[in-house]
Design a binder for this molecule. Structure first.
Ligand SMILES: NC(=O)c1ccc[n+]([C@@H]2O[C@H](COP(=O)([O-])OP(=O)(O)OC[C@H]3O[C@@H](n4cnc5c(N)ncnc54)[C@H](OP(=O)(O)O)[C@@H]3O)[C@@H](O)[C@H]2O)c1
Length: 254
């Protein structure tokens, strides 16, 4: 069981990060809970004396200021869990594709910035641990998920390479790839989400993977096999998912 550790959880003001913060604090860990939403973090801190809010914007704040704020709360870190993220869908017919910049900024660059800020403190632990929350979404292509899937694929690759480079420093790296979890991020989806899990159930499964220091933690397995199957039938998948050709508006013109 993970006990008496100092753990920084990004994206702790909501969803998976919030559930993780509560569960790990209950297990006598000191949890540094970060996000932008001051009110939500203050509310979370009321749940346990082991939770310490850290207000930071992983897109706008620079690495040094985040590092300084962390340093004011702790002298070292045992683990960092990167749960901060967002999902926006691309409409290729719109001129504005800025959702790609937004999603990459928080899901990829924000996670990288948090890791860089945390690294000197993780090096002070006997056996530091970086836990990224990427997604099963990057395992198969989905309509309008260009930004989200690419950001999570980038994060997964980054973590897998980082694992090699941090081995000598005795810092482990785990990549968590959840399926659908019932949080504000998915509550705006208008499609069916098979095998949807609660944030508490996701948190329990993530903690199990963290305890084992596995390279990856993929759940639920039933969805994983479905995604593997989709990746196995690429042509059929494109055919059944592509939007029908839009009716020509120039009909009747001559
Ligand atoms: N829900 C799912 O089905 C699912 C599946 C696979 C992977 N994931 C991943 O799991 C992670 C958590 O998602 P969730 O479902 O729990 O979503 P959520 O409830 O919307 O939580 C997202 C968290 O990210 C934080 N965040 C967003 N932008 C930020 C920024 N610029 N700086 C700092 N923090 C920021 C938010 O905090 P503030 O607003 O306070 O900043 C919030 O705490 C995400 O990385 C998501 O991609 C989710």
């Amino acid at each position: 069981m993970i006990r008496n550790e100092i753990i920084w959880i990004t994206g702790a003001s909501s969803g998976i990060g919030r559930a993780l913060a509560k569960q790990l604090a209950q297990q006598d860990n000191k949890v540094i809970a970060s996000g932008r939403n001051r009110e939500a973090l203050a509310d979370l801190a009321l749940e346990s004396d082991n939770i310490f809010p850290l207000i930071c914007d992983l897109v706008k704040d620079n690495k040094d200021s985040i590092q300084q704020s962390l340093g004011e709360l702790t002298g070292h870190l045992d683990r960092i869990v990167l749960s901060a993220g967002d999902c926006q869908y691309l409409d290729i017919d719109q001129n504005d594709w800025s959702c790609i910049d937004h999603v990459m900024a928080i899901n990829f660059h924000g996670s990288v910035r948090a890791i860089q800020a945390a690294l000197p403190l993780l090096e002070k632990s006997d056996n530091g641990h970086i836990v990224g929350v990427s997604s099963m979404a990057s395992l198969a292509p989905f309509t309008q998920a260009e930004a989200y899937g690419a950001s999570k694929a980038a994060l997964s690759y980054f973590l897998s390479a980082l694992r090699i480079d941090l081995k000598a420093k005795n810092i482990d790296v785990t990549d968590i790839m959840p399926g659908f979890i019932d949080t504000p991020l998915t509550q705006k989806n208008d499609f069916s989400m098979p095998f949807l899990l609660s944030p508490n159930e996701a948190s329990r499964r993530i903690i199990k993977a963290i305890e084992k220091r596995s390279f990856t933690g993929i759940f639920p397995k039933r969805l994983y096999w479905l995604f593997k199957f989709i990746a196995f039938i690429p042509k059929t998948w494109v055919k059944i998912n592509s939007p029908k050709e839009k009716a020509s508006t120039s009909e009747g013109a001559n």
